[in-house]
Design a protein around this ligand. Structure first.
Ligand SMILES: Cc1cc2nc3c(=O)[nH]c(=O)nc-3n(C[C@H](O)[C@H](O)[C@H](O)COP(=O)(O)OP(=O)(O)OC[C@H]3O[C@@H](n4cnc5c(N)ncnc54)[C@H](O)[C@@H]3O)c2cc1C
Length: 305
């Protein structure tokens, strides 16, 4: 089996999701080659061949042109799988490539079992295991679902590629989105509220602990969806990615989409009534307690000095 891994770069820098593509290929037991529109001076660590198209010439976003460059590599390498990150780049390109190849497409793949992609269903409460009817399959990978046991240190073998295809889009550059509210990425301490806090009226209890610790408060997605907390404070794949010194997860189960946003925190404390909650797998300390009793007691202790 061979996988063509589609790496991404932004403003000349390789994105960290590149290592997740390699981890996926390892888990699938597949050989791999890589494709990237990027620059010579900034390549990912990779033990294999990277087909490199020049970002200065083609732009970091130019779907028709990038699609053709990928299809040229497909013709040469004949991969069984073409693997993207489940990012705005991947969402855009993967269907175009799948359509051109008449290949089955699987979005937000969270696992691969005996070559069959597994994708989330019902807000991740269930998973669908699927089988491709086509020989080639196109996949996008859920952020954080695949990680390397050991970092790669090898340097890639680079093959430069070109195309005459003219796109219908010109990439002009990036523009920073207006920042609303708090920037959790800069906080050294974050106390986050999950559905287990029970309601909007209990958010001040979480905010009070964050204040007593000298940090900020965040939230899981259901808490934001229920409008207990504003979206700027959401942690996870569709919120912010954070890596504070201390992350306190209050009534958070530890779904993969939440973990993807906080598992790089230096020290994780989880407070949960369920001793078997998945958050326990990443937590350094799991306190089995009711947040409504534990948080005010801890805050009071901290305030008393
Ligand atoms: C495409 C997609 C993107 C997503 N993006 C995100 C994202 O960015 N961020 C995110 O967080 N989620 C995201 N999700 C949702 C994610 O799958 C989970 O549904 C969500 O993270 C669960 O939030 P939770 O842990 O707060 O709630 P639950 O899963 O309901 O967990 C509540 C936890 O609280 C515990 N609990 C209950 N009562 C108490 C109590 N009194 N004291 C202590 N503990 C208690 C329970 O034991 C349980 O573990 C996304 C889902 C999808 C499909």
């Amino acid at each position: 089996m061979k996988a063509l891994l589609i790496a991404e770069s932004r403003e000349g820098k390789v994105l960290g999701s590149c290592s997740e593509l390699v981890a996926f290929a390892q888990k699938a037991g597949s050989d791999s080659v890589m494709f990237m529109v990027g620059t010579d001076s900034n390549l990912p660590a990779y033990d294999g061949t990277i087909y490199l198209a020049d970002a200065a010439k083609y732009g970091e976003y130019n779907p028709a042109v990038h699609k053709q460059l990928i299809l040229d590599v497909v013709t040469k390498e004949k991969p069984d799988m073409i693997v993207f990150s489940h990012s705005s780049y991947g969402w855009d390109l993967a269907p175009r490539v799948a359509f051109a190849l008449e290949a089955a497409q699987f979005s937000e793949v969270a696992d691969i079992v005996d070559g069959d992609p597994v994708v989330p269903a019902c807000n991740s409460k269930l998973r669908r295991r699927l089988k491709a009817k086509s020989t080639v399959k196109v996949l996008t990978l859920q952020a954080g679902a695949f990680s390397l046991a050991e970092p790669i240190t090898a340097s890639p073998n680079v093959e430069k590629i070109d195309t005459d295809t003219a796109g219908k889009v010109t990439f002009l550059g990036y523009e920073e989105a207006p920042k609303g509210g708090v920037d959790l990425g800069k906080a050294a301490i974050i106390v986050s509220a999950g559905r287990g806090v029970g309601g909007k009226d209990n958010i001040p209890m979480v905010a009070a602990l964050a204040k007593a610790l000298g940090g900020e408060y965040g939230a899981s997605r259901p808490v934001v969806d229920a409008e207990w907390v504003e979206h700027a404070r959401q942690v996870g794949t569709t919120g912010q990615t954070v890596s504070p010194k201390l992350y306190v997860a209050c009534g958070i189960s530890g779904a993969i989409q939440h973990l993807a946003g906080m598992k790089k925190s230096e020290f994780i404390v989880a407070i949960n009534t369920d001793k078997d909650a998945p958050i326990g797998e990443v937590a350094d300390v799991l306190v089995v307690a009711d947040v409504k009793q534990f948080l005010p007691a801890l805050t009071e202790r901290l305030q008393a000095g």
